[in-house]
Ligand binder design. Structure first.
Ligand code: 13P
Ligand code: SF4
Length: 344
């Protein structure tokens, strides 16, 4: 798409919300990025949480963590530019070590990935010898290297059930663990949160969780849901499984970011409320003008928001920020990711 086409498309999809001067500026940045992408033989992967103008213009592939991991493993381009957060770009590097992988922001972290280290997981393995470890992809490479199999929000229960063992260590999201436990009929414990004097050996458990939380999804409450339902009785509420089990139970649907997008696109309801990063509601509204999307927009992921069109252009001009993973860690981390991808 050249500048004129990009601008026209942005005006059609976002003209209701953004002034023409903004749309021109963004179309200009996007056109420059798309030219550079061709010149450098690069592919751009964009997570569903990217802001609308970026989301609509530059990614070759958009999706949730699982879909983008698959794309990263398959690409034949020389450079992968990851418009998402660091653990996602790291996953791309682990799966495609011969490629140059760029993240447009220096940090772009994630509260879940930062909640657990390789040492934490080694200590848990000592405490529960022989129990397999499932780690959410929202973790860094050193944690994946200690993991038997990874999972994402779209396959967490499937991965746990595929192990067919009495118990599973499931890390690091406390709420996702609670939601998976409910879905699979297992009982979950959190060894790091046991009351003083309580011994793990005395408890009945099948899932062993950790105390990590997504700083975005932990903010949604059952009161938010009740409040919106009292004002809009016909609203359909969707919650990401990183929300608390109480919030998920009070919602109408729960699934990965892509599963939520598909749900809205394939159903007819007077209005929807998404309990997830707010930009995704904007993206659905931009692509589906007939859908009314309610949002609680005070809740944004500061890490995803570091990735802008300006940062992506800079990243491609300067080849920054290069993602590296030490080979010894990468090889072990790749096994846990490949095992998940093979599961289908
Ligand atoms: P998805 O895998 O559902 O896209 O989730 C990623 C994420 O970081 C949600 O906060
Ligand atoms: Fe991490 Fe939450 Fe941001 Fe997703 S939304 S990247 S889980 S902090």
């Amino acid at each position: 798409m050249n500048f004129k086409e990009t601008f026209g498309m942005l005006r059609e999809k976002l003209g209701e919300w953004l002034p023409e001067s903004d749309l021109r500026y963004k179309a200009d940045l996007a056109s420059e990025i798309n030219l550079l992408k061709k010149e450098k033989n690069a592919v751009i992967l964009g997570h569903n949480y990217m802001e609308p103008a970026l989301y609509l213009t530059i990614p070759d592939f958009k999706g949730d963590s699982l879909e983008l991991s698959r794309r990263a493993a398959e690409t034949d381009k020389d450079i992968i530019v990851f418009c998402g957060v660091r653990f996602m770009a790291e996953t791309a590097k682990i799966l495609s070590p011969e490629k140059l992988v760029l993240l447009p922001a220096e940090k772009a972290g994630c509260s879940l990935a930062e909640s657990i280290t390789g040492d934490d997981i080694r200590a848990l393995k000592k405490q529960f010898p022989g129990v397999p470890v499932v780690s959410y992809v929202n973790t860094y490479a050193e944690v994946k290297a200690e993991t038997d199999i990874c999972c994402t929000s779209s396959n967490a229960s499937l991965v746990v059930e595929s192990l067919k063992t009495d118990s599973v260590i499931f890390l690091p999201d406390e709420y996702l663990a609670g939601n998976v436990a409910k879905e699979t009929g297992k009982h979950v414990i959190f060894p790091s949160k046991l009351p003083k004097g309580q011994k793990v050996e005395d408890l009945d458990y099948q899932l062993i969780g950790w105390h990590g939380r997504c700083e975005v999804h932990e903010k949604f409450t059952v009161e938010d849901i009740e409040d919106v339902r009292s004002k809009f009785t016909d609203v359909v509420i969707l919650a990401h499984p990183e929300c608390s089990p109480e919030v998920v139970a009070a919602s109408d649907f729960s699934g990965s970011t892509s599963a939520m997008i598909r749900y809205v696109e394939n159903t007819v309801a007077p209005r929807y409320l998404l309990l997830t990063e707010c930009a995704m509601g904007d993206n659905i509204a931009a692509e589906n003008h007939d859908k009314e999307m309610l949002r609680l927009c005070s809740v944004r992921c500061p890490h995803m928001n570091e990735i802008t069109l300006e940062a992506t252009l800079n990243s491609m001009l300067k080849d920054q920020y290069v993602i590296e993973v030490p080979e010894e860690i990468r090889v072990r981390a790749a096994k846990s990711l490949e095992r998940m991808i093979e599961l289908g």
